[in-house]
Design a protein around this ligand. Structure first.
Ligand SMILES: [Zn+2]
Length: 202
């Protein structure tokens, strides 16, 4: 097993060297000596979500909610992901909310779930659905809403070169899908200022 891992690591390292060589680099120059190792380490960090289970994170829910039955929302959850088509960064914010049906989770769990799915090779559409489905399947709530807005480096810094373009994707289920009033409440709450509540007048 150890040998397999070492062999696979050596192959991956060589692959990075081959790509640098393909790009016309002198792979023996000093500045590139540590680059293959750094690149592999960085890729492992960007995909660490494959070894983490978002369902286990959500399974620690509370049932004593004192009858609370309205929207619970965490706004502006920063995340960094990587597009599976170009291996380019996707950087954005997620707003995640649900209307509970007796089960609630700690707020940090919502942020963790976003991170676990983000730290995989992704497309934004799938990232959005995976977060929503995980909440639906574990919390069995009355409805789930997810809004993600992100910048894709593969669009901003190459290809179509649209540096200011943001992509928005949504997931709605249950009453947030079927009841347009409830969905409107979700959008209104999602659009509320999310800072520390202190307004600085000019
Ligand atoms: Zn891409």
């Amino acid at each position: 097993m150890q040998n397999d891992q070492e062999h696979s690591h050596a192959k991956a390292r060589q692959a990075v060297i081959d790509i640098l060589d393909y790009l016309g680099e002198d792979t023996s120059r000093q500045g590139l000596q540590e680059t293959p190792e750094r690149f592999l380490k960085s890729m492992v960090a960007q995909t660490v979500g494959y070894s983490q289970d978002p369902y286990r994170v959500l399974e620690k829910f509370f049932e004593e909610v004192a009858g609370y039955k309205n929207l619970i929302m965490l706004q502006n959850i920063h995340f960094e992901s990587m597009c599976e088509h170009h291996l380019a960064p996707i950087v954005g914010n997620a707003t995640v909310g649900y209307i509970p049906n007796g089960r609630v989770v700690g707020l940090s769990k919502l942020a963790r779930v976003v991170d676990i799915f983000a730290k995989r090779l992704q497309i934004q559409e799938r990232l959005t659905s995976q977060i929503g489905l995980a909440l639906d399947e574990v919390l069995l709530p009355k409805g789930v809403g997810v809004i993600i807005r992100a910048k894709h480096n593969c669009l901003c810094t190459r290809g179509a070169y649209k540096p200011n373009a943001n992509m928005t994707t949504t997931y709605f289920s249950g009453v947030l899908d079927t009841d347009s009033v409830k969905r409107g409440e979700f959008y209104t709450a999602a659009a509320l200022p999310w800072g520390n509540g202190v307004h600085h007048s000019q």
